[in-house]
Write a protein that binds this ligand. Structure first.
Ligand SMILES: C[S@@+](CC[C@H](N)C(=O)[O-])C[C@H]1O[C@@H](n2cnc3c(N)ncnc32)[C@H](O)[C@@H]1O
Length: 282
């Protein structure tokens, strides 16, 4: 299949439903490797005891909503939601297991099923850069927030600051299995530009925004763990890998492992990354 015909990209129909099981399986790992980011987002969110809080695009772990629910003294309302029903179901099961009082709903960040001016704090991790029109999602967040409310969202910094994440995509693109990201289209790095993202936040109706960087380290146990991440967790890359025959998959794995050698840490890997948290208010 030629790269230009590859059914790739974050807009792939049903992609998140397909990946929900793998994201659920890796839920504890992902919560662990992103713990510092979750804590920093909670600090920026600064929920007050009686606030109405929602985490959107919460994935199977709803880490931010869970952190709010665990916050001593919090007695407000917490909701969490995601577009993908299997993601919502996984998050709901996890919250039940952990005895957390969170109400779950299926939702689309571009059309939230919430009244205007009804929310105090809205958290969103790694979603706005994946939308065809990030401004639509940010404007919808602005709509549902009270004038005293705030939005806290995380994006990835540039590809250069998240060097491993470019490796599988580059290998697949070289095999003609993936289109390289096009500027302006949804991608992990679509909101990496700080000034551009501040501008979008203002265009969405917020009057003030601040940003902070949070370094991340994605620790993986061994090459099998690395391959499990690439082939089951990594969005469009995983979908492309899964649709290949065994021979091609072996070739891709070998090349990706070779290029990941630079991130070796003992028997495993320590993949460096950088996320940014934007806090927006009126
Ligand atoms: C990169 S994952 C991030 C999950 C979670 N926020 C985290 O940090 O672990 C993106 C999530 O956004 C969800 N999603 C994609 N498009 C969405 C939309 N339009 N509205 C709500 N959720 C969406 C996906 O189902 C997936 O769970």
């Amino acid at each position: 299949m030629a790269a230009q015909d590859a059914p790739m990209g974050f807009g792939a129909e049903g992609m998140w439903d397909t990946l929900a099981g793998a994201w659920d399986d890796r839920g504890e790992w992902h919560a662990t490797v992103t713990r510092e980011l979750t804590e920093a987002m909670l600090e920026s969110l600064d929920p007050q005891p009686h606030d109405t809080v929602i985490e959107v695009a919460c994935g199977p772990t709803a880490d931010i909503a869970s952190a709010v629910a665990r916050r001593p003294g919090f007695t407000g309302t917490i909701r969490a939601g995601d577009l993908s029903a299997p993601m919502v179901q996984a998050a709901e099961r996890r919250a039940l297991r952990n005895n957390l009082d969170i109400t779950f709903l299926q939702l689309d960040v571009t059309e939230l099923p919430l009244k205007s001016g009804s929310v105090d704090r809205l958290a969103a991790r790694w979603i706005y850069m994946l939308l065809p029109d990030p401004l639509q999602g940010l404007s919808e967040a602005a709509r549902v927030l009270r004038p005293t409310g705030s939005l806290v969202f995380a994006v990835f910094a540039s590809a250069a600051e998240n060097p491993f994440f470019m490796v599988p995509g580059a290998v697949l693109a070289e095999h003609g299995l993936l289109r390289p990201p096009v500027p302006g289209q949804p991608s992990m790095f679509a909101l990496a530009d700080v000034n551009g993202t501040h501008q979008l936040v203002r265009d969405a109706g917020f009057t003030s925004s601040s940003v902070r960087n949070v370094p991340l380290t994605y620790r993986l146990a061994d090459p099998d763990d690395l391959w499990s991440l690439v082939s089951h967790f990594a969005g469009p890359i995983s979908l492309a890998v899964r649709s290949q025959d065994e021979h091609t998959r072996d070739e891709l794995r070998g090349e990706i492992e070779r290029r990941a050698e630079q991130f070796r840490d003992g028997t495993g890997y320590a993949l460096p990354g950088l996320a940014r948290i934007f806090t927006a208010s009126f």
